[in-house]
Unconditional design. Structure first.
Length: 369
C-alpha cells in the first residue's frame, strides 16, 4: 500500500484515497501512487498531500451510482479527503462509453481504465487520478475558489466530452467523444487483459505439444508432407490450429457470453466481452505458437540429419526445409497433442474473460455484504 509524504501538519494534510480493483488495476495503482502524490504537492502549495492505495473487489459495470453509498462509508471510515476508484471494467451508459464519473455530493470519482486506451496508459492514469483528486478537493474545499470544475486531462482532451448532469447523484460525467471510441475501448480492454500471461496457463498444453512434436520430428511422413504442402497451405494449417485452440479454450471453460436478447445494453456488453476475450486468446495462443515453433525448430536442427532429409525429399535441403518441417509439426501437435491436455492454471484462462471477472467481483461484493 504505497503512501507518499512523511510527517505532515494535520491542519494542512490532505489524503487522496485510491480504491483499485485487484490484479490488473492494482498494478497501475502501485506504479503510479507515489507519482500522483508528487504531482498533487506540486499543484497545491497550501497542503501536504499523501496517496493511499487500497484494493477491493467492486462491481463498476453500471457506473458509480449503485456503489456510491458504500463508497461514501468507506471514504468516511478511512478519513480520506477525496477518493478515486479505478476499474478495469468498461462502462456503457445511455449509449455512450464512460471514461470517468464524479459524484455530486461526495468527493468520489470513478475511472474506467479501458476507456483511456492502450497507449501511454501509465501517464493517462496518473493524469486522470491527479486531476480528479485536485479538482474534487477544490470543488469541496470552502476555502478554495475553484471556479469551473474541469480536470485538464479529461476536460481538455479532444477524445473526451464532458457532461454536467442536472439530476441524480452524479454531477459530472466524461464520455468518449470519437467515432473510434469502441476501438479505443477494445484496445484498452485487451491491454487490461494482458493476453501474454495466457502463455503461463498453457504450460501443460505446450509441454504435451513439445513431447508429441519430438516423436513427430523423427517421422519422414511429416518431412514429406511439409515439403509437399508449401507455404500457402502451411499458413492455412497454422490458422486452423490457432483457431481450433481458441475455440476449444472458449468451449471448455464456458467463456462465451450469451446475453438476454431483449436487453440492448447487455447485448452490447456481451459483444464487447466476447470480442476482447477472443482477441486476448488469439494473441495468447499466437505467442504460445511462436514459442513452440522455436522449440520445435531447434529440436529439428539437432535431431534431423540434413543428408537423410535430402534423401527423403529427393532434393538439396536448405534452412527453409527445416523451417517447413518445424512449421508443419508445430501446427499438427498444437491441434493434436495440446488440445487433449489440461491447463496448468485455470485462473490464467478465466482472467481473459471480462464476463467471468465481473461475475466473480459481484459474488465477492455480495459475500462481503
Amino acid at each position: 500500500m504505497p503512501e507518499s509524504s512523511g510527517d505532515a501538519d494535520p491542519t494542512t494534510a490532505r489524503t487522496l484515497g485510491v480504491l483499485a480493483e485487484p490484479e490488473v488495476t492494482a498494478e497501475f495503482a502501485e506504479r503510479n501512487g507515489r507519482e500522483v502524490g508528487h504531482l498533487l504537492n506540486l499543484a497545491d502549495e497550501r497542503h501536504n498531500w499523501s496517496v493511499v492505495v487500497e484494493y477491493q473487489d467492486f462491481t463498476a459495470g453500471n457506473g458509480l451510482t449503485p456503489m456510491l453509498d458504500s463508497l461514501a462509508k468507506h471514504r468516511t471510515h478511512r478519513a480520506w479527503d477525496v477518493m478515486v476508484c479505478l476499474t478495469d471494467l468498461p462502462i456503457r451508459l445511455e449509449g455512450r462509453t464512460v471514461v470517468a464519473e464524479v459524484a455530486l455530493g461526495e468527493p468520489i470519482s470513478l475511472v474506467s481504465l479501458p476507456a483511456l486506451g492502450a497507449v501511454n496508459i501509465d501517464r493517462r492514469v496518473r493524469s486522470a487520478v491527479t486531476d480528479l483528486g485536485w479538482a474534487m478537493h477544490r470543488h469541496f474545499d470552502p476555502e478554495d475558489d475553484y471556479g469551473d470544475f474541469g480536470p485538464p486531462s479529461l476536460h481538455q482532451s479532444r477524445r473526451i466530452e464532458s457532461a454536467v448532469l442536472d439530476e441524480g447523484p452524479i454531477g459530472f460525467r466524461y464520455l468518449s467523444a470519437t467515432r473510434l471510441g469502441r476501438g479505443r475501448l477494445l484496445a484498452g480492454m485487451l491491454r487490461a487483459n494482458r493476453p501474454w500471461r495466457l502463455v503461463f496457463g498453457l504450460r501443460s498444453a505446450m509441454a504435451a505439444a513439445i513431447a508429441t512434436g519430438a516423436f513427430a520430428l523423427v517421422t519422414n511422413t511429416i518431412w514429406q508432407l511439409a515439403d509437399l504442402l508449401g507455404a500457402t497451405r502451411l499458413i492455412l494449417l497454422m490458422i486452423l490450429s490457432i483457431c481450433s485452440m481458441v475455440f476449444w479454450i472458449i468451449t471448455q471453460h464456458d467463456l462465451w457470453e450469451s446475453p438476454r436478447r431483449d436487453n440492448a445494453l447487455e447485448r452490447y456488453k456481451a459483444s464487447l466481452y466476447n470480442t476482447s476475450t477472443v482477441w486476448s486468446l488469439v494473441i495468447g495462443v499466437v505467442i504460445s505458437y511462436v514459442l513452440l515453433f522455436v522449440a520445435v525448430l531447434l529440436a529439428a536442427a539437432f535431431t534431423i540429419d540434413a543428408d537423410l532429409l535430402a534423401q527423403t525429399l529427393q532434393h538439396p535441403v536448405t534452412v527453409w526445409d527445416f523451417a517447413e518441417v518445424a512449421w508443419m509439426t508445430t501446427s499438427a501437435v498444437l491441434i493434436g497433442g495440446a488440445l487433449g491436455s489440461g491447463f496448468e492454471s485455470k485462473d490464467d484462462i478465466l482472467r481473459a474473460a471480462y464476463g467471468q471477472r465481473e461475475r466473480h467481483r459481484r459474488q465477492s461484493a455480495d459475500q462481503s455484504e
